[in-house]
Design a protein around this ligand. Structure first.
Ligand code: PLP
Length: 393
């Protein structure tokens, strides 16, 4: 969690700017805010970094998933192809948007594969919600081809891969719209927060309008603004934007440190013949926030992750995790929701309870991930390599 390792005077200064004017709201109050616009500045810098026309900041990464779906016109009864290996937020966003998640197989990229996507397309498929998982990119060329061929909207959930790229172009700039998260466990944090980026004027207009009760954000008289559509509230506060902005300005340093520390551990692990690595369609573009590797079978992967965890290495075995892989999503399989959701009234092409994803099971059951810290010292890295010898040698 690099962002959380780096809190400093930069974050405090941005927050104090806001507290000194007392304008915690991101819109209006033009005079009283004395030129302090943290959300707006964060949006400008985030869009520039990605080389896109528009960015809209929202209250969370999950909100960014919702806003991406709604702004791309996806709602009741639409089928959206999603991965079974993802933090569950985008799947919840699809369901709570009234749409229907359709799970496709992943491959050793740890992301949806083009083949997997193509196998579950139906006449009702409207979009692919592609998650760039655990730090790096999906096989974008092949996936873009499938989306074009079948006229599908491509949404990139880049919550776990900020700072990554593919063939020199930032992740999040390949589809129609992309979403990011700045929760406490992501590459940078705002406490809570998210971003939506797009090159489409139409999607952007819907994104900022829908996230703020339909306000069109023209002029400084909030009560008199036009409301072209009904909306909701996913606004980012100025305090969150202030923290996020300070953190975002450290992104180049964060990525550089992640890459350096990951390289030490990955190079060392190469000497163990039983280990293979996550497939990276463009190794140069890895954000390097996570080191992902495979063991020959599930039993060995679980043992290795357990023993690493016991010795203080931040290792994860996602196959048994409750939030990142479909196997333990009993609430989804039983459709346990707070209130009836729209998909109960549509034909759902998959029975989530009996759904089999053998390829994904095989990949995730053999996967071990180590979260990369940016503050590791050389001694700590050496020490981890010695532990690798004991666990894998
Ligand atoms: C964390 C995460 C989200 C949700 O972000 P929050 O800010 O926690 O709401 C969405 N998608 C993915 C892939 C994530 O990892």
């Amino acid at each position: 969690m690099p962002g959380t390792e780096l809190f400093g005077k930069e974050e405090r200064k941005e927050v104090m700017d806001v507290l000194e004017t007392g304008i915690l709201f991101r819109y209006n109050h033009d005079e009283a805010r004395k030129g302090i616009w943290k959300a707006r500045t964060f949006e400008k810098e985030f869009a520039e970094y990605h080389g896109v026309k528009h960015c809209h900041m929202v209250s969370s990464g999950t909100a960014a998933d919702y806003v991406s779906l709604a702004s791309a016109g996806i709602g009741a009864g639409d089928e959206v192809i999603v991965p079974p290996f993802t933090f569950i937020a985008p799947v919840e966003a699809v369901i709570n948007s009234g749409a229907i998640p359709v799970f496709a197989e992943i491959d050793e990229t740890l992301c949806l594969s083009a083949e997997g996507i193509e196998a579950v397309i139906t006449p009702k498929t409207k979009a692919v919600l592609l998650v760039h998982m655990v730090g790096a990119m999906a096989d974008l060329d092949a996936i873009i081809d499938v989306c074009k061929k079948h006229n599908l909207i491509l949404i990139e959930d880049t919550a776990q891969a900020l700072g990554g790229s593919y063939k020199g172009k930032p992740l999040g700039t390949f589809g129609d719209v992309a979403c990011f998260s700045f929760d406490f466990f992501k590459i940078i944090t705002a406490g809570e927060g998210g971003a939506v980026i797009t090159n489409s004027d139409e999607i952007y207009e819907k994104a900022h309008t829908w996230s703020d009760h339909g306000h069109n954000h023209v002029g400084d008289n909030r009560g008199a603004e036009d409301h072209p559509i009904l909306g909701t509230n996913y606004r980012m506060s100025e305090l969150h934007a202030a923290v996020g902005l300070a953190q975002f300005r450290k992104i180049d340093f964060i990525i550089e440190r992640q890459r350096a520390n990951k390289k030490v551990l990955k190079d060392y692990l190469k000497k163990f013949p039983q280990i293979t690595f996550r497939q990276l369609p463009d190794e140069q573009g890895d954000s390097a926030s996570v080191l992902n590797f495979f063991l020959p079978d599930a039993k060995e992967a679980e043992r290795v992750a357990d023993e690493m965890g016991n010795t203080g290495i931040p290792a994860a075995y996602w196959y048994n995790n409750n939030y990142h892989y479909i196997k333990n999503w009993e609430h989804l399989k039983e459709m346990k929701t707070a209130a009836p959701v729209a998909l109960k009234f549509f034909d759902v092409p998959q029975d989530y309870k009996t759904l089999q994803l053998p390829k994904s099971d095989d990949v995730i059951s053999r996967l071990v991930s180590i979260n990369i810290r940016i503050t590791w010292t050389e001694e700590e890295l050496d020490d981890m390599c010695k532990k690798f010898d004991a666990i894998l040698g």
